[in-house]
Design a protein around this ligand. Structure first.
Ligand code: N2P
Length: 367
């Protein structure tokens, strides 16, 4: 009897220990986010409030997150993919953990317009993620250099990049394109007046021909170095994510180096993405991940991020933490007129995506 009690007591205490272990994660969190996408004190504030230490890594393309999560055991607890086409596609592969909404009280802070548009695009999106930022893709140019080298250039159009008449004149001062097939093909298609969501192989060929003609005038394909290169006057034109282009403009202004950068959303149309926060299925710290995502949905947290990075967030009341300059910036908060030409890029068929990826590799390697 005594022996039995002792065994039972050991079993009970083991169960308790296991429960305590499962309930109390180590105070650690691994975040994988886009570069230049938080304020300088976001992470230290989270750690000060929760005691959770954050390992913070950055990427500059959706493909990088996708590759890590598809390979498994990434070790990441929170990632920030674009909802369309990426997360919507990726959920089918089971790589995300459904969110526990009971742990996300700040969901109530989200703008209904943003959540409604995600829900309309695909009802699965909000099971696995919540919106972080709304980002339009556009371009920026160095005003003085354009006036000197290409007077009269159409500085409201993708033509600066895709029309060799203009890109040829700007070649030597440098043009960069995002290293992002989804973005570049869509921009080439809208410049041609075609549907950016076309899955016609002929349209793909036409877009590819546009990029091929511009290719000799493109200095590089990259999705983050253009920020500093633009700011230092080392690039004339860059295709880029709206807030990143704004950060380039800010850096030039702070450096007082005489570089005047103009950011624009091309009149033919711009891709608008909603980047979301999600937890990988095999995340080692899901509790902490929920705490972090909830923290990021607070107006006093995400407002200062919008101020720092130049992207619009999805949280009500966050405007109170955003300066007048930012609130009136038409790249961050575009007019209804500009929005008319915005488009989104839902997932394309696997067959078309393969074709596009093949074309992309060919274009970049010049084969
Ligand atoms: C942050 C870029 C995020 C916008 N540097 C691309 N989705």
């Amino acid at each position: 009897m005594l022996k039995f009690l002792a065994v039972a007591a050991v079993a009970a205490s083991t169960t308790l220990a296991v429960q305590a272990f499962a309930g109390e994660e180590e105070k650690s969190l691994n975040v994988y986010n886009w570069s230049d996408y938080i304020a300088s004190d976001t992470i230290s504030r989270f750690t000060a409030e929760t005691g959770i230490k954050v390992n913070y890594d950055v990427y500059d393309s959706n493909e990088m997150v996708e590759a890590k999560l598809m390979a498994g055991n990434s070790g990441y607890d929170v990632v920030f993919p674009s909802a369309l086409p990426f997360l919507a596609n990726q959920v089918k592969a089971g790589i995300y953990r459904p969110l526990d909404k009971a742990k996300l009280g700040n969901i109530a802070n989200l703008e209904e317009g943003v959540t409604a548009s995600l829900n309309k695009a695909d009802a699965e999106i909000l099971k696995f993620s919540v919106p972080y930022m709304v980002a339009a893709t556009g371009a920026a140019y160095n005003k003085a250099k354009i006036e000197a080298l290409a007077p009269g250039a159409p500085t409201d159009s993708w033509s600066l990049i895709f029309d060799p008449e203009w890109s040829g004149k700007l070649k030597d001062c440098g043009i960069s394109l995002l290293d992002d097939p989804t973005e570049v093909f869509a921009a080439a298609l809208v410049w041609l007046g075609k549907d950016p969501n076309s899955e016609s192989p002929d349209d793909l060929k036409a877009a590819s021909a546009v990029i091929e003609r511009a290719r000799p005038n493109i200095r590089y394909f990259h999705s983050s170095t253009y920020i500093n290169d633009l700011a230092n006057g080392d690039l004339c034109v860059a295709h880029g994510y709206g807030g990143d282009l704004i950060q380039a403009r800010d850096r030039a202004a702070e450096a007082k180096n005489g570089v005047d950068l103009q950011v624009y959303l091309p009149k033919e149309g711009a891709n608008v993405v909603i980047d979301v926060m999600a937890i990988p299925a095999d995340a080692p710290h899901p509790e902490n991940a929920h705490a972090f995502i909830d923290f990021m949905m607070r107006a006093d947290v995400v407002g200062p991020i919008t101020e720092a990075v130049g992207y619009a967030n999805a949280v009500k009341g966050a405007d109170a933490y955003v300066s007048e300059d930012r609130r009136t910036d038409t790249v961050i908060f575009p007019s209804e007129e500009t929005k008319k030409n915005f488009f989104a890029l839902p997932p394309k068929s696997p067959g078309y995506t393969r074709l596009m990826t093949r074309e992309w590799t060919r274009l970049k390697t010049n084969r």
